[in-house]
Write a protein that binds this ligand. Structure first.
Ligand SMILES: *[C@@H]1O[C@H](CO)[C@@H](O)[C@H](O)[C@H]1NC(C)=O
Ligand SMILES: *[C@@H]1O[C@H](CO)[C@@H](O)[C@H](O)[C@H]1NC(C)=O
Length: 493
């Protein structure tokens, strides 16, 4: 008797990180059940068939850098998206798995409490599958002792900061974290900017009464990132443990990362669409408009910088392309960007502008539309590699028979989608702007499937998924940093 499938996708061009082929895909019980040459599933029975009409069929997007529903870090600003609106926006742009942050404050002693609290925020509200990276704000003996339990709870990555008063760790604390991360095979993500350089530059600008949004740029000079990147690489090499440097924005930092990789060090790097599409021109807008593009690190000097970041994606320097979705409303003086407008600073002050831009929904379409990356490379950096790096592979980021969840994007066939200009009204986040307003978009996911269920049909009702369908996914160790033998994790003295 022929197997009865839940769904069959025919006439697609299947693209994974390793191949591009005319395959049909059959889905059963939330999993990819069969991947077969086009036409071979002709006689198979299925509850539903989708004709891809020659469009690309890819694993769903995995966005491993997402801030949702976090407590305020920058004065009065607070995250505009919660787990419901953030994951809704994600699925409407083809992202089917996200890894968000569970932030421990400096004043807190426990990471497990932080994790529990974040679970409560996410539970039963997500449209897509999710996991968390813990942010270690206070590597107290108690917090460090909890790393083992974190692993048992399915958390295999954490993030630390070399800047921001509220989160910055000094080098000794970073080593404490790296040592315990090494013991527990946890991947450490590092925000590499030198906090003291930023504070010093900020004071220089304040002395000259320069407060406009555009001065966010010079307050975060490339050298702050270059120095911290170098230091992070040294600390990782010293401890012989893998790190991922998040949101790399400068060509010199990328070059240092590349040379560390060429020496065989487990240094991974992430970049984001902000550093491919925005420059300091976007910060230098009339009035307060530039605040829309205030994020850290800031958009850099010129197109040449963006070009070098593209090159880094093409040549493997960057392991992953994430959104760093960190949403604040623009026209909002209670929780958003305009909280920095006060009696003392009637035009605002760059130092108090909440840092971050929304982008969870636009990451895939903008990047694919730019037509710069080979399509397999596109899948690799937006889906497969984040899954591998963070212990989700091959359940996510792949289309492996019997192993991968049926998380699938079907794109428009050539010529089928009319090019259009991106506007914020098209998006589904809870933010009143997009930093990519007015960009040309040539592609968008036409259908998105999550664990076998059609959750997005652009021309047939848009969002079809449901709040609460998304599940917490327990993660294992990273598949990228080579496995070590017993004893190899001991620190040699
Ligand atoms: C790869 O990209 C990085 C980052 O832009 C760059 O520094 C490096 O020179 C490139 N390497 C090659 C071989 O193109
Ligand atoms: C916020 O904006 C509203 C409307 O423009 C204004 O009435 C109010 O005074 C502002 N509040 C603050 C704290 O600036």
């Amino acid at each position: 008797m022929a197997t009865e499938y839940d769904l069959i996708i025919v006439n697609g061009v299947v693209v994974t990180e390793s191949e591009t082929n005319e395959y049909d895909i059959a889905v059963k019980d939330e999993k990819v059940a069969k991947v077969a040459p086009r036409g071979e599933l002709r006689d198979a029975k299925a509850a539903r068939t989708i004709d891809a009409e020659g469009g690309y069929v890819m694993p769903g997007g995995v966005d491993a850098h997402v801030h949702l529903d976090e407590p305020p870090l920058f004065g009065k600003g607070s995250t505009a998206d919660n787990y419901e609106t953030g994951s809704r926006s994600a699925v409407c742009g083809g992202t089917t798995t996200m890894v968000t942050f569970a932030p421990q404050k400096k004043t807190e002693d426990s990471l497990l409490d932080t994790l529990r609290d974040t679970h409560t925020r996410a539970k039963d509200t997500c449209y897509i599958d999710y996991s968390f990276h813990v942010i270690v704000g206070n590597p107290s003996p108690n917090a460090l002792s909890e790393f083992k339990t974190l692993r048992e709870e399915g958390i295999s990555s954490l993030k630390i900061y070399m800047t921001y008063e509220a989160l910055q760790l000094h080098d000794g604390q970073i080593l404490d974290v790296l040592l315990e991360a090494r013991n527990q095979q946890i991947t450490t993500m590092i925000h590499a900017e030198n906090g003291q350089v930023i504070d010093w530059m900020t004071a220089q600008l304040e002395k000259r009464k320069l407060f406009a949004p555009k001065y966010h740029g010079p307050s975060h000079p490339p050298m702050a990132e270059i120095e911290a990147t170098h230091r992070a690489i040294c600390l990782s090499e010293f401890m012989d443990t893998p790190i991922l440097i998040v949101h790399v924005s400068t060509p010199s930092s990328a070059a240092q990362i590349k040379s560390a990789q060429d020496r065989g060090l487990p240094i991974y790097a992430e970049t984001c669409p902000q550093y491919l599409f925005l420059t300091k021109k976007d910060l230098d807008q009339p009035g307060f408009e530039g605040a829309k593009c205030v994020c850290s690190p800031p958009p850099r000097e010129s197109e040449a910088d963006c070009d070098a970041i593209w090159t880094g994606l093409e040549n493997g320097t960057f392991t992953v392309l994430s959104s760093d979705h960190c949403p604040f409303r623009y026209n909002d003086n209670v929780t958003g960007k305009q909280t920095c407008i006060t009696d003392e600073y009637p035009q605002g002050h760059f130092k108090y502008i909440p840092n971050g831009c929304p982008g969870i929904e636009t990451r895939l379409a903008l990047t694919l539309s730019a037509d710069r990356l080979n399509v397999q490379k596109f899948v690799e950096v937006t889906s497969s590699n984040p899954a591998k790096l963070y212990g989700l592979w091959p359940r996510k980021g792949a289309l492996v028979e019997g192993e991968s969840d049926a998380d699938i994007n079907i794109w428009y066939p050539p010529g089928k989608m009319k090019e259009y200009t991106l506007t914020n009204e098209m998006l589904h986040h809870n933010v009143d702007y997009t930093p990519f307003e007015g960009r040309n978009v040539k592609q968008w996911p036409r259908y998105t499937i999550l664990r076998g269920k059609l959750v997005w049909d652009k021309d047939g009702g848009g969002l079809l998924g449901e709040k609460g369908y998304g599940r917490f996914i327990k993660r294992g160790a990273s598949a990228l940093a080579g496995p070590r033998k017993q004893g190899e994790w001991e620190l040699p003295l």
